[in-house]
Design a protein around this ligand. Structure first.
Ligand code: ZN
Length: 475
């Protein structure tokens, strides 16, 4: 198999080669940007979804599922929303041979599918909060170059939609979503930024948007999700109101929390190396691969022993693959490293005699595992692997940023830039022009790479109301 392109000098080529060679996505389907999930990639996706479900349900959210088609008249009710999405949606205009009276939109996101029904579900203050989520495919007519997981036309999408009593409760829900994402990101071993987007870049129809951004090398960042506070922006046009405890009426305040398959792209881009993908154990399609090293005299004994080890690990709840193929062990090591399996166990004649297995994790750490303690020792190795993966990711994350104090430093930047910004839109656009990218916005909490408060605005030099902000090249 050909070597992978160099990750540092050709990151996009490297990314595309890893996604294809590791069998994560098949882009040969007959519609650009609508890709097939092959078996191995689908396993990773299912593990990812399991973590999203676990963490959002821990906050009291419940699963629902709404139809994929939305009547055009419902879609058009919130004006900012329709303006933001109009050019990106697929339209269904015919049913069989007849033109439809009301054209249908293939959902780009589900506000306008859900909220007419929320208006029926929410009657009184006792129906609140309403916290529901769905994991479905959404569709966007993407005109730019498509990339597996990063920019696609059919998107595997997690979306939570909530209705709250008032603005403060909705603010609390935003906070709770950010906390849930922190736990999810821990399982993905992914450091990230939570950034309040500038007004000109918030979600169409939102009061404000907090985006989740991941630095992926150079000045580039990847937005993998967002949390929005809608205030009453949707509940007024969709008439989602309730009877208050004192008998009056009030509109609900709403929030949403969205995450897409870009998460999987971020995991590949951040953790992968010159040998291929590297999966955190909770995401890995297989956590452990067992490679028998047959010898002339002990072939049958080694086969029986490796089968027993695989059974024991599976019974302990681990995702394990016993590679019994005919290839040489070296070829198997190569393939499972490319596919990012966290831990490989090798069992040959010497191991069998010593009642142990040789263990090599995907970051190259070697050890031996005593077969009598197989389950606990393998679990320990996986935990140590995840810790080391997170540590490495955090080192790279901190090195992704540097402070800029003059607009001239933004040109050709090889880091995400941390700058002082007065909050004005004119200065924001000047910063965006200088870095040939975007002003991501103001961080929640203290940004990396800074000491103390910001100096003057990098664009206008005013020093009143200046905050730290990020300038980057989102992909
Ligand atoms: Zn300014």
């Amino acid at each position: 198999m050909a070597d992978l392109p160099d990750k540092r000098t050709a990151p996009i080529d490297w990314y595309l080669a890893v996604v294809e060679a590791a069998d994560l996505s098949d882009k040969r389907y007959g519609i650009k940007g609508m890709n097939v999930w092959p078996r191995y990639g689908f396993r990773a996706r299912r593990n990812l979804d399991r973590i999203l479900v676990r963490e959002i349900e821990a906050t009291g959210s419940e699963a629902v599922e709404f139809p994929a088609l939305i009547p055009a008249n419902e879609f058009a009710k919130e004006k900012e929303h329709i303006k933001g999405f109009d050019a990106q949606v697929y339209w269904v205009t015919r049913g069989g041979l007849s033109e439809l009276d009301v054209p249908l939109v293939l959902r780009p996101t589900s506000e306008t599918a859900m909220y007419p029904i929320f208006a029926l579900w929410v009657r009184s203050h006792q129906d609140l909060p309403l916290n529901v989520y769905q994991i479905v495919n959404t569709f966007r007519y993407e005109t730019k170059t498509t990339r597996p997981f990063l920019r696609v036309r059919e998107i595997h999408f997690f979306e939570e939609h909530t209705c709250q009593l008032d603005e403060d409760r909705a603010t609390d829900r935003v906070r709770s979503n950010l906390d849930a994402f922190a736990r999810m990101a821990g399982a993905f071993c992914l450091p990230y930024l939570a950034v309040r987007r500038p007004d000109w870049d918030k979600f169409a129809g939102a009061h404000y948007t907090i985006a989740l951004d991941i630095p992926i090398g150079g000045a580039r960042t990847l937005q993998i999700g967002s949390v929005h506070h809608y205030r009453e922006n949707f509940s007024v046009p969709y008439r989602i109101s309730y009877e208050t405890a004192t008998g009056g009426r009030a509109n609900v305040h709403q929030t949403t929390f969205g995450l897409s398959e870009r998460l999987l792209g971020a995991i590949v881009a951040v953790h992968g190396d010159e040998r291929g993908a590297v999966f955190p154990s909770e995401i890995a399609p297989y956590e452990v691969v067992i490679v028998p090293i047959p010898t002339a005299t002990a072939r049958a004994a080694i086969e029986a022993a490796t089968r027993e080890l695989a059974d024991r690990l599976a019974r302990a709840g681990l995702r394990v693959f016993l590679d019994r193929g005919e290839e040489r062990p070296g070829a198997k090591y190569f393939r499972w490293e490319l596919r990012g399996v966290p831990l490989r166990l090798e069992v040959g004649g010497r191991e069998l005699e010593g009642r142990r297995a040789s263990a090599v994790d995907r970051l190259g750490t070697r050890s031996t595992v005593a077969l009598e303690n197989l389950e606990t020792e393998v679990a320990e190795r996986l935990r140590a692997f995840d810790r080391e993966l997170m540590r490495r990711a955090q080192v790279a994350f901190r090195e992704s940023f540097s402070v800029a104090t003059d607009l001239s430093q933004l040109n050709g930047s090889t880091r995400v830039r941390v700058v002082g910004w007065c909050g004005s839109e004119a200065c924001g656009h000047e910063i965006e022009k200088a870095i040939d990218g975007a002003l991501l916005g103001v961080p929640e909490g203290t940004p990396p790479a800074v000491e103390g408060p910001p100096g003057p605005c990098i664009a206008c030099r005013r020093s009143d109301g200046v905050r730290w902000a990020f300038a980057a090249q989102p992909i």
